[in-house]
Design a protein around this ligand. Sequence first.
Ligand SMILES: Cc1ncc(COP(=O)(O)O)c(C=O)c1O
Length: 390
Amino acid sequence: MVPTLNAEQQSDLLRRGFSRRTFGRIATILGAGAALPFYNEHALAQMSKAGPIPADAVKIDANENPLGPSPEAVDAIYKSVKQGGRYMWEATDSLARVLAETLDVKYSPDEKSSYIQIYAGSSAPLHQAVLAFCSKDRAFVKADPGYEAGEIAAKYIGAPVVKVPLRAGTYDHDVKAMLAAAPNGGLFYICNPNNPTGTVTSRSDIEYLVRNKPQGAIVMIDEAYYHFYKEAVQCTDMAAQDKDVVVLRTFSKIYGMAGLRAGAAVARPDLLAKVRQWSAGAMPITAMHGAIASLQSKSLVPERRDYMIGVREVTCDWLASKNVKLIPSQANFFMIDVKRPGKDFRRDMAQQKVFVGRSWPVWPNWSRITVGTKEEMAKFRDAFERCYNA
Ligand SMILES: Cc1ncc(COP(=O)(O)O)c(C=O)c1O
């Protein structure tokens, strides 16, 4: 659904010489622009912040990677900076080529036959797919608790949002319940592993969802945290097989490039065209070169995964030894039951200069903790001792 312009906006546009014929396009741009930058993990994490964060604080609230970009990426970025006066479409083209090869999907500079589209992160294609596939009659369907960005975009354009509880015990997506709850769903969102629980939905359940979804709907598989799970099975091959899926990838997580901005959508060319009508634009060449160098490093993913999993397990074992209830996670974050309103726990932890993640309305006493470095998690444990049950 295209957001409409109110009377004041319309008369302002007429005054400035726009014709009525352009209103639809302008409303579209306004809608996309308003939905795009505000609701990524960073913004969601910041929403309840009271003020500036001290420089020596431990920031484990936004599922960022404390290791930052790899040395190879940093080197490539430095080398690319001097070319920054040009738009450099070639850099985006090169990243598309390298990523397509890694994912074994077809890339062509001719959009009509390409299965990959590069973006500045994965938030943009997530929001734009909502704009493309949801409407007041076609719902956005997600798990609860789940990542909120798509839901906020859906509400923004007036599309219904259907939230289906994660399965009890396993905390994976209940795909049958999602189908039953939304016979007219437009976009079924599977975050795998799921943000905020870090739990994994099986490939067979995703295939079931794709086979049984309503006609005209798409299944979006958000693989932002894919690399943290050694046994993960990617779904990009389903895009290559022309299924009705859109798979999202980002360089913000294991690759440590959240502030540099690179990501991609992988899908059949006609689906990508629908998402792209809400814009892709020129990409930052620094991020393009950093992403290419990251993909070319053979050791980056296994080394970082081992490190982050190691720190996560030490932290979770320690919490379990204190009888803290937690959900076993396959990502760089996990949820714990803090036995009181998560927002109060968060406030108290912040006073200890440890900034933990938010809680979800459906589980108000659970907090999401991002895995930091070994040293940061030692500080987390100290602060936790002071704030748990405070
Ligand atoms: C599940 C999920 N998808 C997408 C994103 C978007 O990240 P980015 O736009 O940095 O790629 C995030 C950010 O944390 C996320 O958690």
